[in-house]
Write a protein of this length. Structure first.
Lengths: 912, 573
């Protein structure tokens, strides 16, 4: 505290000091003076409505709510005068009167705050009659609503509206009838609630509480960890009793500040699901792999028999060595996973590179942001984000394109919505109208597949109207003339007919983006998952570069990472053309460096990417695979083809926590550990390295993944003796300059450290490229892109466009979330989203079964009417095994990023 | 369906309802077009939400939830943001289905204290049977026609001295539209020299400083009830950073008060000129006039007069003027709640500091005035400060518009010297008590100002004079009652009003008023508990409503203890 700013005031007879802007409650709390308070909660805007915290300020007629009243020099304040205490107690007594006296006040919330303050203030009962009874609403799988416990403090309203900006909860009606409502007084399950549970975390009395009874038990311990789902990287705490997770609460981390979404908060009980793999499995003799009718996980015994770890590991070592000696190392391949830790990813790629002797190692980044990374590496020399999501707070303009963060990065989306509430302008561009569109200043619902046309028009306007940052272009970029020539014909008028956005709107958006003091771009898979995904990203990079909207807080380029560790897995070298830290395998210098570090000769041939691997299997060149936590039999495009490839392998080892669709085609299945069962570091979308900590033990004979990887490596004859995670991490620090300054000790203390982090004590750089770009000459490269169409466009036989993606409740291929009871209860069935007009034209009733068909496959699922989906388009999430939409998708690849075109192919829609 | 559905048991059968649509109620396209047809296609404004709700309610007779969902989508609001506003205001009827309510007309019968004395309760009891099921009869808080008690509104047609014949005639004869009052129009007002003062101001013949001096010397204070010196308020607002705004409070809801309506009905331009002078003095860019919904006739007239004024402005660069319609919420007479309502939100009073002069409407410095304060501005400027300040009695200064109703012969707005006593007011201005009635007690300042007994009828009635007696003058709404009435029942009537009108924001008021009413509805009052409760409501409520709500109870305990010794006269209300 700066002494010169301090305010002096009298508090209960003592002279105390306060900072300007501090409230009386904050001062009292710091001084160790208890003042009851209910509607006040740190992190929420103070409302001052419960009046439990009133204090006497000398000279004022009425009492002041200490949570709202700021300290002023010379103020004489009494928190404990007769008048103040009488009011504090009466407020508590009035509220207590309405609590159902039959119930245990702590039944719904073990730390019921009203009960706590009544005890503190010696209030045992109320002299007033209770209000009329309020019925409970137990309609929702995640959240129980017992409004008889409600004290109208509006903490839930502020949590829902100010914090998460889901805008579901309101305070409706008036006076004694004032009531917390969902939407228009609807049952919670009938409302638009997305079950983020922020309201439950905020509720002081348990009026809003977890629906599952188990959650109300007292925990033995809480374990600080990180969320296992998306790339936002929310910190959380597991509340554990015995070996069971009771509940999850948000923890104050740099990316989430205590916030969570429905997956993070309620999607944890998959770890206790009865289908967990608990022992190694070996395919039974003579049971063939059937890629058409996959094995039902309930029928696991029909195809597999249990084995000991020794047997399984020996079998694996023997078969891999055999394939290697017969066909060479390039006949082997490995897929790691973006759900695994940095240490696991590092050891996995090291195993493939040094044990298999090939660079055939990849993971699902290939299916997410490979094209973004290709464009970023080419343009600015680094595939990571330039600025954290949280920088939207410092932006004047936020441009979100091809991303649906309220669904895929829900907590990240809250920061965007908060920024808009605080005055930032939001541009949302997407063929589908997402929830974020409601908050947008400009919503561009452009035609799917026309990204380059749209973005070139923006570039054209910016250059044409001289809204460029000339100095930035001259000093920090190259290739501007080519770019300018490339977009010279891309007038808004010319591009409008392609992208469907009016010239006036294109101009307005271009001006807004270019001229703001700070503009940030965030994008998702709507940009990357196209055969022109790299071109799409090139245009975004050009936008930022020619306007100088990069290298400062509130600006930059942020490809929103999908998986909790997709950034870290890529950093750790889980990609076929690069060693850790993006060192090209074909760069002799890098090769030598890693050969020295790993003390082994290495291949300098870039390996196969995910989809290429499938093709190589069918071509007979790849014969054996080790797949860790990846589920290509659900996530790859053109699944019938991909599953056929997996089934065609001579030998497939799958290490996972469930018998996934991929595991069902394996020769050996190894029972692995779920996220809360192990410790490791995970790198979020902001380049923030965070520590996930073990909360429970793996079930049965399931083992931690690091142990399994090391055991297989040893079986292959590698002399690995890692005795701890710390040793692995230390080796990574030696391999990767970016994280040199991050030590295991620091991580244990700080739980989150951002890189680049050069040395111990370095706080890390949240914003990069401030002075130069990590390219050979320090300059960024502007790469022009020309509009071209998707690989497969609609025709009379397949007249609809299929867009695939995720939905809020389910994660990736659904292997975890379909087994999380709350999440699967909220979205239990596969649905296809179509515009109501299309349904009408096809004479299909919303909710009925439909058949979707492409040149590659067909599925059946339910039709859902959705006005956000443009007519002529169908959106289907890819998490449903019973309706695996990737049977229909097209395996056409982007030439640079090798990413398949998940966001566009032609299909037909049939009434069943 | 493909066979291999993962066999996962669901906790709740959540399935069927969600299969065919996204979560929650979706805006129905035909409701969206209907809503747009009603409210207009132009870019919708968030702050006009309450106006849109009125338009929908006027057209549809109610607010069906599907239409609210559609309105929310048009405004890019969430459904709850619309719903919580719609359900806050008593004049909106939110209904579940698309089908309108089963009545096509609402008859509102005032159950304020004066109307109850004049037989309103009997009407409320009798009317439903007489009017049939297609007419809804509602007992409503004071509609501001206490001098014409009992007062009733049939649709938007306001009827004074109402009897059931007249009500039936209006209801069945479809006389449900407001009848504009006879008033001095803009031409007439201008012909008599109106808007000259305003002209003198803008042309530099008068300075802002001279105006503020005159007002300060006149002793003009805020006549909405708070009594803040008008000149000082202008000086404070002027000092704030531009842009500055102005809001006029004509949400005259204090039971017993009808002075603003009375003046507005007769001479709207005297008020409008005062308003424009004030806006000029503080350089307000936009003026918002907040008129209570119950004054349908005034609204029609004012809309018309404002249109005429805008068509032919008395000065160039006249500030924008927006007329806003309340929706049945007494609390919106509290200045910060009114600002919230103008912003299109629930009328919840704001916590102070900051004061509205600093952070007001849309977070801009705002000059907020009651109607009557502005009404006197032209008169004072024209006649001089002393014309106003030299009036007064018993050592008080100025003029007051007493809205007198109840058991007197000549109820009405009586412009009388400040400091006049009740006895003087009744005898000099009201032609005495009604035959057969003896003064038993009175409310000096509407529902909030407390209850005084007949023995205190010689206390000067003004700001600051009643505090020692546990009362205040407020808007000078004087309700006179007699031996035919009971103070306990009066307190019950008033507390019922506060329960009805509490905004529900803070515990002492939301819960306190409800618990207090339950206690005083008992035959025996728990006096110690009531006193304890009322002290806390007074000390800890956010705004004046909750702080003043216990006044009637405290006054009964203090001045009418005899009524508490046995079951009071009359039945429970």
């Amino acid at each position: 505290m700066n002494a010169s700013q301090m305010i002096r005031l009298q508090l209960n007879g003592q002279t105390v000091e306060a900072l300007p802007g501090e409230t009386l409650l904050q001062v009292a709390q710091r001084e160790g003076i208890d003042v009851p308070h209910l509607c006040y909660k740190a992190g929420l805007e103070a409302a001052g409505n419960c009046r439990a915290c009133v204090v006497e300020v000398e000279g004022e007629r009425t009492l002041a709510a200490s949570c709202c009243r700021q300290a002023v020099a010379g103020m004489v304040v009494h928190t404990d005068s007769t008048k103040a205490i009488a009011a504090q107690k009466m407020v508590l007594e009035l509220l207590l009167a309405d609590m159902p006296n039959h119930a245990n006040p702590k039944a719904l919330k073990t730390d019921n705050e009203l009960t706590h303050w009544c005890q503190q203030m010696d209030i045992e009962g109320s002299r007033f009659d209770a209000r009329a009874a309020v019925p409970a609403d137990l309609s929702h799988p995640a959240i129980a609503v017992n409004m008889d416990h409600c004290i109208q403090c509006t903490r839930c309203v502020r949590a829902c509206r100010d914090v998460q900006v889901n805008d579901v909860i309101g305070l409706a009606f008036r006076g004694e009838h004032a009531a917390i409502v969902f939407d228009q007084g609807d049952a919670l399950a009938q409302s638009t609630c997305v079950a983020c549970g922020e309201c439950v975390q905020a509720c002081p009395t348990g009026a809003l509480s977890p629906a599952k009874a188990a959650a109300h038990q007292p925990a033995d311990k809480t374990v600080d960890s990180v969320c296992p789902y998306c790339g936002v990287g929310c910190q959380l705490a597991y509340h554990v009793k015995g070996n069971t997770i009771l509940r999850v609460e948000g923890r104050k981390g740099p990316a989430n500040e205590g916030r969570l979404c429905v997956k993070g908060r309620y999607g944890f009980d998959y770890v206790h699901h009865e289908q967990r793999l608990t022992q190694p499995l070996v395919r039974r003799e003579g049971v063939t792999k059937n890629p058409v009718d996959l094995l039902d996980p309930e029928q696991v015994n029909s195809a597999f028999r249990p084995a000991t770890w020794d047997e399984a590991l020996a079998l694996i070592a023997g078969r891999f060595k055999q394939i290697k000696s017969t066909h060479g190392g390039h006949a082997l391949a490995g897929f790691g996973s973006a759900k695994c830790s940095n240490e696991e990813a590092y050891l996995f790629q090291k195993l493939v590179r040094t044990g298999f002797g090939t660079n055939n190692v990849d993971h699902c980044t290939r299916l997410c942001h490979a094209s973004s990374v290709a464009a970023l590496l080419e343009g600015i020399g680094s595939g990571a984000v330039s600025n954290p999501v949280m920088d939207v707070n410092q932006a004047e303009v936020i441009f979100v394109i091809g991303a649906n963060p309220t669904v895929n990065h829900p907590v990240g989306a809250t920061w965007i919505k908060n920024a808009v509430k605080n005055g930032a302008k939001l541009i949302v561009a997407d063929p589908r109208r997402s929830d974020l569109a409601r908050h947008a200043t400009h919503f561009l619902q452009f035609k799917a597949d026309s990204d380059v046309a749209l973005l070139n028009a923006l570039l054209h306007v910016i250059i044409e109207e001289k809204l460029i940052d000339r100095e930035f272009i001259e000093q920090r970029t190259e290739g501007f003339d080519d770019l300018k020539a490339n977009v010279s014909a891309c007038t808004p008028e010319a591009m409008s007919s392609i992208c469907g956005i009016s010239p006036a709107e294109l101009r307005a958006v271009a001006r807004l983006y270019a001229t703001s003091s700070a503009s940030i771009i965030l994008w998702g898979m709507g940009i990357s998952q196209h055969t022109h995904g790299t071109d799409n990203a090139r245009c975004l990079i050009s936008l930022a570069l020619i306007t100088g909207q990069i290298g400062r807080p509130g600006t930059g380029l942020h490809p929103l990472r999908g998986q909790n560790n997709v950034q870290g897995a890529s950093d750790a070298g889980l990609i076929p053309m690069m060693y850790p830290d993006y060192q090209q395998v074909c760069n002799p210098e890098a090769q030598q460096r890693f050969e020295a570090l790993w003390n082994t000769p290495l291949s300098n041939t870039p390996g196969l990417t995910v989809v290429e691997t499938m093709q190589a299997i069918l071509a007979g060149t790849v014969k054996g695979m080790y797949i860790l936590g990846e589920n290509p039999a659900m996530s790859d495009p053109d699944l019938n083809h991909a599953r056929k490839a997996l089934a065609a392998l001579d030998f497939l080892v799958v290490q996972d926590i469930f018998l996934t669709e991929t595991a069902s085609l394996a020769d050996v299945v190894l029972p692995a550990s779920a996220f809360p069962e192990k410790t490791g570091t995970f790198t979020n979308t902001d380049r923030l390295v965070q520590l996930g900590q073990q909360a429970i033990h793996p079930p049965g004979q399931a083992r931690q993944d690091l142990w399994i990887i090391q055991s297989i490596a040893q079986g292959l004859g590698l002399d690995w003796q890692y005795n701890s995670l710390e040793e692995v991490f230390d080796e990574m620090r030696r391999a990767m300059h970016s994280i040199e300054g991050i030590t295991w000790q620091r991580l244990q203390g700080e739980h989150a450290l951002v890189y680049p982090c050069a040395h111990e004590g370095d706080i890390g750089q949240a914003v990069v490229f401030t002075e130069h770009f990590p390219t050979p000459n320090g300059k960024a490269r502007l790469v022009p892109a020309r509009y071209r169409k998707a690989a497969e466009t609609p025709d009379s036989e397949f007249p609809f466009v299929l867009i695939t993606g995720r939905q809020l409740e389910h994660w990736h291929t659904g292997s975890m979330t379909r087994r999380a009871s709350v999440l699967d209860a909220i979205e239990p069935e596969p649905t296809a989203l179509l515009h109501p007009e299309d349904l009408k034209a096809l004479n299909i009733e919303a909710g009925n079964t439909i058949r979707l068909q492409s040149r590659r496959g067909e599925i059946q699922l339910f039709a859902r009417a959705d006005t956000g989906t443009p007519p002529g388009h169908v959106f289907v999430p890819f998490c449903y095994a019973e309706a695996a939409i990737n049977k229909l998708t097209h395996a056409a690849l982007d030439p640079d990023g090798k990413i398949p075109e998940f966001k566009y192919c032609a299909i037909a829609v049939h009434k069943k | 369906m493909n066979p291999a559905i993962i066999p996962i048991a669901t906790a709740v059968d959540f399935t069927q309802q969600h299969r065919g649509k996204p979560k929650g109620r979706q805006a129905n396209p035909h409701c969206v077009s209907e809503v747009l047809a009603i409210v207009g296609q132009e870019t919708l404004r968030r702050d006009l939400l309450i106006e849109y709700l009125h338009q929908l309610q006027d057209h549809l007779g109610c607010l069906p939830k599907p239409h609210l969902a559609a309105l929310a989508e048009c405004l890019r609001l969430s459904q709850t943001e619309v719903f919580e506003v719609a359900t806050f205001y008593h004049h909106f009827d939110v209904v579940d289905s698309e089908h309108p309510a089963n009545h096509d007309l609402t008859v509102r019968v005032c159950n304020g204290p004066s109307c109850c004395m004049a037989g309103a309760e009997e009407l409320i009891e009798k009317l439903p049977a007489l009017l049939g099921s297609t007419v809804r009869v509602q007992a409503v808080p004071c509609i501001g026609r206490c001098e014409q008690a009992p007062a009733v509104a049939v649709g938007q047609h306001e009827i004074g001295w109402a009897n059931h014949h007249e009500i039936m005639e209006a209801a069945f004869g479809q006389h449900t539209k407001a009848l504009p009052p006879r008033h001095t129009g803009v031409a007439q007002y201008k012909a008599a020299g109106g808007y000259q003062l305003l002209h003198e101001c803008v042309t530099g013949k008068r300075t802002v400083e001279s105006l503020i001096n005159t007002l300060s010397n006149s002793g003009l204070r805020g006549l909405g009830g708070a009594g803040f010196p008008a000149g000082k308020k202008w000086a404070i607002v002027r000092e704030q950073n531009a842009p500055r705004l102005m809001a006029v409070n004509i949400d005259e809801g204090e039971p017993g008060t009808f002075k603003d309506r009375s003046y507005l009905e007769h001479n709207p331009h005297q008020f409008l000129e005062g308003m424009l002078i004030a806006a000029w003095a503080v350089q307000a860019s936009t003026i918002y006039i907040y008129l209570r919904d119950e004054y349908h006739a005034c609204r029609a007239m004012l809309q018309n007069e404002l249109a005429l004024l805008k068509a032919n402005p008395p000065i160039s660069n006249m500030p924008a003027i927006e007329l806003r319609r309340g929706a049945g919420a007494y609390i919106c007479g509290e200045e910060s709640a009114m600002l919230e309502s103008i912003e299109g939100k629930r009328g919840l009073p704001r916590l102070r500091p900051p004061y509205v002069a600093q952070v007001g409407l849309f977070n801009k410095p705002t000059l907020v005035h009651n109607f009557e304060t502005l009404y006197w501005v032209p008169a004072i400027l024209e006649k001089g400060a002393s014309w106003f300040s030299e009036q007064g009695r018993h050592g008080r200064s100025g003029l007051r518009s007493y809205s007198v109703s109840g058991r007197v012969n000549k109820p009405g707005v009586h412009l009388a010297p400040a400091g006049i006593t009740l006895n003087e007011l009744i005898s000099e201005y009201c032609d005495g008590m009604q035959p057969g009635h003896t003064l038993y007690g009175y409310l000096p300042g509407g529902a909030s100002g407390g209850i005084l007994p007949a023995v205190l009828a010689d206390v000067p009635l003004d700001f600051d004079t009643l505090q020692p007696h546990g009362c205040f003058i407020g808007s000078a709404a004087v309700v006179v009652f007699s031996q035919a009435d009971s103070a306990v029942n009066m307190a019950r009537n008033l507390m019922r009003f506060f329960v009805h009108e509490s905004c529900g924001q803070c515990t002492p008021c939301r819960t306190g008023t409800a618990k207090a009413l339950a206690l005083i509805n008992q035959p025996q009052w728990n006096v110690p508990l009531l006193q304890e409760l009322s002290a806390v409501m007074r000390d800890a409520s956010i705004c004046g409503l909750g702080q003043a709500a216990p006044n009637p109870i405290d006054c009964v305990i203090r001045y009418f203890p005899q009524e508490l010794e046995f079951e009071p006269r009359g039945s429970k209300s």
